[in-house]
Design a binder for this molecule. Sequence first.
Ligand SMILES: NC(=O)c1ccc[n+]([C@@H]2O[C@H](COP(=O)([O-])OP(=O)(O)OC[C@H]3O[C@@H](n4cnc5c(N)ncnc54)[C@H](OP(=O)(O)O)[C@@H]3O)[C@@H](O)[C@H]2O)c1
Length: 358
Amino acid sequence: MKKTRVGILGATGMVGQRFVSLLENHPYFEVVVLAASSNSSGMKYIDSVNDRWKLNQPIPEYAKNIIVEDVQNVDSVKEKVDLVFCALNMDKDEIIKIEELYAKSEVVVVSNNSAHRWTEDVPMLMPEINSHHLEAIQAQKDRLGTKKGFIIVKPNCSIQSYVPALNALKDFGLEKVVVSTYQAISGSGKNFSDWPEMVDNVIPFISGEEAKSELEPLKIWGTFDGKKFVNASEPIISAQCIRVPVLDGHLATVSVKFKEKPSKEEIIKRWKEYRSEIEKYRLPLSPNKFLTYFEEENRPQTKLDRDLYNGMGISIGRLREDNIYDYKFVCLSHNTLRGAAGGALLGAELLKAKGLLD
Ligand SMILES: NC(=O)c1ccc[n+]([C@@H]2O[C@H](COP(=O)([O-])OP(=O)(O)OC[C@H]3O[C@@H](n4cnc5c(N)ncnc54)[C@H](OP(=O)(O)O)[C@@H]3O)[C@@H](O)[C@H]2O)c1
C-alpha cells in the first residue's frame, strides 16, 4: 500500500506530540510536515520541543531533524501533504478558518479540535460507532467546491468511555443518562509540573465540557439527511465534569434509564460480544477488543486500565441496579490516546482503508 503523506498542525503541543509518536513507522502514513506557530517555525523539531516534550517515550528519530513550518503557510504545506492532523490550540474562529483553508487547498483535514464539530456536513467520527457518517463527505466536498479536500473531526475526550458503553445498549431504548466524569489533567495539555495546583486537589469546573458531554453524543447517534446531520432526540443526558489529580485517563460514572429495562446479564453480554463494523479492516490502531467488562469490584482503575490495548480500549465495570434509574456503572478511556490523537488517527486509518484518501 502506498503511504499517504501527512502533516501535523500543532505538532509541538501535547496532542501533537502524541501524533508524532503514534505515527512513527506507521504502515499507512508518512509524516513529512510538522507545523506550529511562528514561535516554533524555522527550528528543528527537537529544538522546538526541547524542554516541553511531555511523553514518557523519547522523541522519535524520524521527527528530530524536521524543520518546523508555520501553520499559516498553507501554500507551502499543501504542496507536500495529502492529509493533515490538526491539534492546534487557537481561537475557535481561527481554527475554523485555517482548517477550511487546508480543505479548500485539497488537503484532507482530520481534526482533534472542536471548532468544526457542529458544522452541518462535517462527520464527528467515533470509528467503531458511526463510520456510516462518512457518507456526508461528498456533500461537504460539493459545498467546499473541492475534489479531494474535506474535514472530519473527533468528538470530545470526555464522551469516549460512556458513549461506546451506551451504544452497545441502544436497542433497549436509552431514555435518560446521568454522567459524572473524572478527568485527567493532560486533557488541558498540562502535567503536574505545569499545573502544581492540581496536586492533592479536585477542581469542579472544566470550561464548556458539560455542554459537549451532553450534546455531542446526540450528533454521533444522529442521521445525515443528504445535506446536514440531524441530532438524535434521545437520550436526555445530564453531565458534570470534574478535573481530578491524575495525569492521563478520563473515568466516568453513569446512571441510565431504558425504555425496556434489560437484565444485568443481557447488558454484560452486549458489552462482551460487541462487534464493530470496522473490525473487518483490521486497522493498525484498532484495539483487539473495543469494550472490556471487568468483573472485579474495584475495576476499572485509571492508572491500571487506561493503557488497555495501547490506550485504545474502553474499560467498563461495576454494573449494578440504581435506586433512581435502572442501572449504574463505571467506565474509562485514555484521553490523549483514544480521546485525542489515537481516536483521530484511527479515523484517518479508516478513511485510508475505505479508499477515501485515493
Ligand atoms: N490534551 C488533550 O487530552 C486533548 C483532548 C482532546 C482535545 N484536545 C484539544 O486539542 C487541541 C490541542 O491541545 P493540546 O493540549 O495539544 O494544546 P497545546 O499543548 O497547548 O498545543 C498547542 C499547539 O498549537 C500551536 N499553536 C498555538 N497557537 C498557535 C497559533 N496562533 N498559530 C499556530 N499554531 C499555534 C502550538 O504551537 P507552538 O508550540 O509553536 O506555540 C502547539 O503546537 C486543543 O484544541 C485541545 O482543546 C486536547
